[in-house]
Write a protein that binds this ligand. Structure first.
Ligand code: KMH
Ligand code: ZN
Length: 287
C-alpha cells in the first residue's frame, strides 16, 4: 500500500474549482419523515434541475418504487438515467450500494442502466444496526464490469481499511474507465470512520497518488466534514441522503438549500463550483 501513497501535503484538488455532488434521496430516509425527499421521477428531475442551478455537477442517484421504498428495478433505473440526461447536464452517477437488503446481483445489474458513473464502495462496514456488505469478490466483479462498460466509478470510502482495498483493486485491475481515480470519503456513519478533520486528513494522506477526493459527513458531521474538506482543498457531496437538516433542529427545505450552502462555501474559498461540463473532464466521464 505504501508504494501508491503520497504525503498529506500533496494537493489533490486537480482544479481550482469545487466539484459538488448532490445525493438527493438515498435508501434510508422515509418520505413520511422527510417530506422534501424526492421519491418519484418527477420529484427527482425537479430536484436535479434546482440543484444544477445551485451549483451541483454530479447527481448520486437512488430511486424508490411506487410506495417510496428503495428499489433497484432496472427498467426504472434506465428511465431515470434517460430523464436526467434529457433535463439536465449533470453527471449521472447511479448508486451500486442500494439498500443494505439488496442482493449483490441486483447491485451489479445497476450498471446495465447505462449511467455515466457509479458509486463503488471499497469494503464492508457496520451501518448503524445493519451491515453494508461489500466483500472483496463483489468489489472485484463490480469494478471489472465498470471497466468493460466504460462507467466511471467513484470509490466510496467509509473507513480507512477501505483505502487499502482501493490500492489493491487498482494494483490488480488497473485504472478506472475515464482514467481518473476519484474518491468520496463518507464519514460519520455509525460504524465507519468518524467525521472530523483529523480523520479526514489521515484518510486523504492514505489515498493513491494523484487521486482526487470529495467528502461528505453523515448527520451532525455534515458541517465539520464540509468545512474540513474545503479547507483541505477537497470536493463536496451534500444532500438529503446524508443529512436531513440544515441546522440543529431545523429540517432542510430541500436538496437545493444544501447545495446552495456548499456553493457559498466553495465561492468563499475561491474555488467556485465546477460546471457539469467541467466535471465531465475532471472525472473522465464522456460528454
Ligand atoms: N445505502 C447505503 C447502504 C452507495 O450509494 O453506493 C449504501 C450507499 C452507498 O448509499
Ligand atoms: Zn448512496
Amino acid at each position: 500500500m505504501d508504494a501508491g501513497r503520497a504525503g498529506a501535503d500533496v494537493p489533490r484538488t486537480g482544479t481550482n474549482k469545487t466539484l459538488i455532488t448532490v445525493a438527493p434521496t438515498g435508501a434510508e430516509a422515509a418520505k413520511d419523515a422527510v417530506p422534501a425527499l424526492p421519491v418519484t421521477l418527477d420529484e427527482l428531475v425537479a430536484t436535479a434541475k434546482d440543484c444544477q442551478g445551485a451549483g451541483a455537477a454530479v447527481i448520486h442517484v437512488h430511486i424508490r418504487d411506487d410506495h417510496a421504498r428503495p428499489t433497484l428495478d432496472l427498467g426504472r433505473l434506465t428511465a431515470t438515467v434517460a430523464a436526467l440526461r434529457e433535463t439536465t447536464d449533470l453527471v449521472v452517477q447511479l448508486s451500486t450500494g442500494g439498500a443494505v437488503t439488496d442482493s449483490f446481483d441486483d447491485r451489479l445489474a445497476v450498471l446495465e442502466a447505462g449511467p455515466d458513473a457509479c458509486s463503488l464502495t471499497c469494503g464492508t462496514v457496520n451501518f448503524g444496526d445493519e451491515v453494508f456488505a461489500n466483500p472483496w469478490p463483489f468489489i472485484w466483479r463490480l469494478y471489472a464490469r465498470t471497466q468493460e462498460l466504460g462507467v466511471v466509478p467513484e470509490f466510496e470510502l467509509f473507513d480507512l481499511g477501505h483505502i487499502a482495498t482501493l490500492h489493491r483493486l487498482l494494483d490488480e485491475l488497473g485504472s478506472p474507465a475515464g482514467g481518473r481515480v476519484h474518491c468520496d470519503l463518507v464519514m460519520g456513519v455509525p460504524g465507519g470512520m468518524p467525521g472530523d478533520a483529523r480523520t479526514l486528513m489521515q484518510a486523504v494522506a492514505a489515498l493513491p497518488a494523484g487521486a482526487t477526493w470529495s467528502a461528505t459527513g453523515i448527520g451532525r458531521t455534515s458541517l465539520p466534514v464540509m468545512l474540513a474538506a474545503v479547507a483541505a482543498g477537497g470536493h463536496l457531496r451534500v444532500g438529503l441522503e446524508d443529512t436531513v437538516s440544515s441546522a440543529r433542529g431545523r429540517p432542510a427545505s430541500g436538496n437545493a438549500e444544501l447545495v446552495e450552502r456548499a456553493s457559498q462555501l466553495a465561492r468563499l474559498a475561491e474555488r467556485p463550483p465546477m460546471t457539469a461540463a467541467e466535471a465531465r473532464v475532471f472525472l473522465g466521464a464522456s460528454a
